[in-house]
Design a binder for this molecule. Structure first.
Ligand code: ZN
Length: 182
């Protein structure tokens, strides 16, 4: 039995008003039996256990929440629509399961996040990259920023890019790296 707590009052029982198949799952319209609020759930059947192989060769079960936390951290205080980050994590999860493999390298997941952040928001991208790629020093970080700026000079189709460097952003990233290295 699946317990779906009402997002409004937290009650754990609801009645299904409507079900329909959507991509890779079932969308259900529900109504809370206590407060009568209506909400929607997406239920997904995950095909197999997916393991992530980490840099040190240890493995752990894939955890969408971990991906989400990483992205969320990189996107902190960026002017992104609220559901963008969740969608991004969903997207990555779906792509991973579509591969149909039992295990994937953590590096691959990191690259998937980077690719998407690069198209979404350059600050979030640089933040994520600075943790994930472990930029050795400020020069390596600057090179990455320069590459982004070069690419920005050529207009990219269809990606509405947010302004690159807000006042103090680079200093914040650089300062964080400096502290981490100690
Ligand atoms: Zn309720």
């Amino acid at each position: 039995m699946i317990i779906m707590n009402c997002p409004y009052c937290g009650y754990d029982d609801s009645r299904v008003l409507d079900s329909r198949d959507v991509d890779e799952g079932i969308r259900r319209r529900r109504q809370c039996l206590r407060c009568e609020s209506r909400f929607t759930t997406y239920e997904r059947i995950l095909p197999v256990s997916l393991f992530v192989i980490k840099k040190d060769n240890s493995r752990e079960l894939f955890d969408r929440q971990k991906v989400l936390n990483g992205i969320r951290k990189a996107c902190e205080k960026r002017p992104l629509p609220a559901d963008t980050i969740g969608k991004l994590a969903d997207d990555i999860e779906a792509e991973l399961y579509r591969l149909g493999r039992a295990e994937v390298a953590s590096r691959m997941i990191g690259d998937m996040v980077m690719r998407r952040l690069k198209n979404l928001d350059h600050i979030a991208y640089i933040r994520f990259a600075s943790v994930y790629r472990e930029f050795a020093d400020i020069t390596a970080l600057k090179e990455e920023v320069d590459t982004l700026l070069d690419n920005e000079a050529q207009p990219l189709p269809s990606t509405a890019q947010l302004p690159l460097l807000l006042d103090g952003e680079l200093e914040v990233v650089a300062g964080r790296r400096r502290r981490n290295r100690r």
